[in-house]
Ligand binder design. Structure first.
Ligand SMILES: N=c1c2ncn([C@@H]3O[C@H](COP(=O)(O)OP(=O)(O)OP(=O)(O)O)[C@@H](O)[C@H]3O)c2ncn1[C@@H]1O[C@H](COP(=O)(O)O)[C@@H](O)[C@H]1O
Length: 115
């Protein structure tokens, strides 16, 4: 899975460096700038919340679950475009998740509140 993200990061970076806004959606987003990218991230997050509400109680083969997966992919994709625009990529996010792996969220929160 992370291999797919790393390949996608590479394409997103290339589109930012040399993509044509007329023929590439990613290049067009970079061309429009951070505010447009953030607008898309916000829009996709809202669409995901609505899809998740619709998917509650439905089976994995239902149209609602297919929409849930599709909206999650849209949000991940636009978040990766945002990271690329700001000079970061999915590797840093995967490293952060790796750092957290096995660390209880509640324990981490308790340790933070002691600071
Ligand atoms: N994974 C994606 C991907 N997911 C979603 N999208 C596009 O995201 C866009 C936004 O979705 P919306 O439903 O909001 O569409 P919209 O209403 O037309 O968008 P706006 O007019 O509001 O901008 C759609 O045009 C989708 O096609 C993606 N576009 C590109 N990729 C990947 O990025 C690569 C490079 O893409 P290009 O730069 O277009 O070549 C592709 O090969 C893919 O791997």
């Amino acid at each position: 899975m992370s291999n797919m993200l790393i390949q996608l990061d590479r394409v997103l970076r290339l589109r930012m460096q040399q993509g044509d806004a007329e023929s590439s959606y990613v290049a067009s987003l970079h061309h429009k700038g951070l505010n447009k990218i953030l607008e898309k991230v916000g829009e996709e997050a809202t669409e995901l919340v609505l899809a998740a509400k619709d998917a509650e109680g439905k089976g994995r083969e239902s149209d609602e679950h297919k929409a849930l997966i599709s909206e999650t992919a849209d949000l991940w994709f636009h978040s990766l475009v945002m990271l690329a625009h700001l000079g970061a990529d999915s590797r840093a996010v995967l490293d952060e998740l790796g750092r957290r792996f096995g660390l209880s969220g509640l324990e981490e929160k308790a340790a933070r509140n002691q600071d």
